[in-house]
Design a protein around this ligand. Structure first.
Ligand code: RIB
Length: 332
């Protein structure tokens, strides 16, 4: 098991600096921090957890609560969080709630009994009970992706409204006028904001909003498939569909193929997230990219700063989204 001294020697810094990086107890320049993290990774350094927890009441462990670990978006964000925390000598306990608020409550209690150093939290829905419990117990907390209403908390999310607007404006720019939308769960703020962006783009282009062209999905592929079949049976048939996440968009691609509709010639499809799979569908998926790596790294940065200084004012970071054009919307 490498010692803190061996990490320091490899990074060319003092043992105290290694300790400050691992505990986030003092400002360290980005360059030195990266050198120390690299040395920790290469030596597979693990701080002496037992000694630390006895000495400082810390377990060097973070909790991560995700609503659907089977969804590649969360898998990629969770991977970024785990990699960043591990490089800083912290372990991560992942809890999957399946978008179930009861399960979320159970896992919140389980994590609280583990004397964690902090929790990174993606909500299952609108329920604030779990979050309020964590805040009441004074545990450092960062909310990711889904805003938690009026609670003043460290938050990392993305420009969902802007993303829905960009996606729909892209389809309008290609000449589409009958544009469907497949939503995510109604109680999830990112989905609602994307649909609002879709509506705004139609309104700005003077295209009437047809409620019958907005179909309900649940962020799973099967719901994208069935919602697309429903929309493609609409008269007039939509020549384009904006889908509120990539996994449902993949279901929509399957529905188009089943109806022998060519994408994008007969129906253009745009997703949201830019998961790794989006580049490998047939045709490759046009989508609104979320900066998943940056979301994860920022969540870890905020929780470390919060652990180091509980009295910091809450920070709300909204990252931009970016339209990635591929062949599911245009061949050109
Ligand atoms: O694909 C899962 C969706 O749920 C993502 O778009 C993410 O933003 C989350 O809200």
């Amino acid at each position: 098991m490498p010692t803190i001294r061996e990490v320091a020697r490899k990074a060319g810094v003092s043992s105290a600096t290694v300790s400050h990086v691992a505990n986030n107890t003092r400002f360290v320049s980005e360059d030195v921090r990266e050198r120390v993290k690299t040395a920790m990774r290469e030596l597979n350094y693990r701080p002496n957890a037992l000694a630390r927890s006895l000495r400082r009441g810390e377990t060097h462990t973070l909790g991560l609560i995700l609503p659907d670990s089977s969804n590649p978006f969360f898998a990629e964000v969770g991977h970024a969080i785990e990699s960043e925390a591990f490089a800083l000598g912290y372990s991560v306990i992942l809890c999957n709630t399946d978008n179930d608020e009861n399960k979320e409550r159970i896992y919140t209690e389980v994590l609280e009994n583990k004397q964690l150093d902090g929790i990174i939290f993606v909500g299952a829905g609108e329920n604030r009970e779990s979050i309020s419990q964590i805040v009441k117990n004074g545990l450092p907390l960062v909310v990711v992706d889904r805003e938690m209403g009026n609670l003043e908390l460290d938050t990392v999310t993305t420009e969902n409204y802007q993303g829905g607007l960009l996606a729909t404006q892209h389809l309008i720019s290609l000449g589409h006028k009958v544009i469907g939308c497949i939503t995510g769960p109604s109680n999830i703020t990112p989905s609602a904001d994307r649909v609002t962006g879709y509506r705004a783009a139609l309104q700005q282009a003077g295209i009437p909003i047809e409620e019958s062209l907005i179909a309900r999905g649940d962020f799973h592929a099967s719901s994208g498939y069935s919602a697309a079949l429903q929309l493609l049976a609409h008269d007039p048939r939509p020549t384009a569909i904006f889908v509120c996440n990539d996994i449902m968009a993949i279901g929509a691609l399957r529905a188009a193929a089943q109806l022998s509709l060519s994408v994008p010639e007969n129906v253009a499809i745009v997703g949201f997230d830019d998961i790794e799979l989006a580049s490998y569908t047939t045709p490759p998926l046009t989508t609104v990219a979320q900066p998943k790596q940056e979301i994860g790294q920022l969540a870890v940065k905020l929780i470390f700063e919060r652990m180091g200084n509980p009295s910091l004012p809450p920070r709300r970071i909204i990252l931009s989204t970016q339209l990635v054009i591929r062949e599911s919307s245009t061949r050109s």
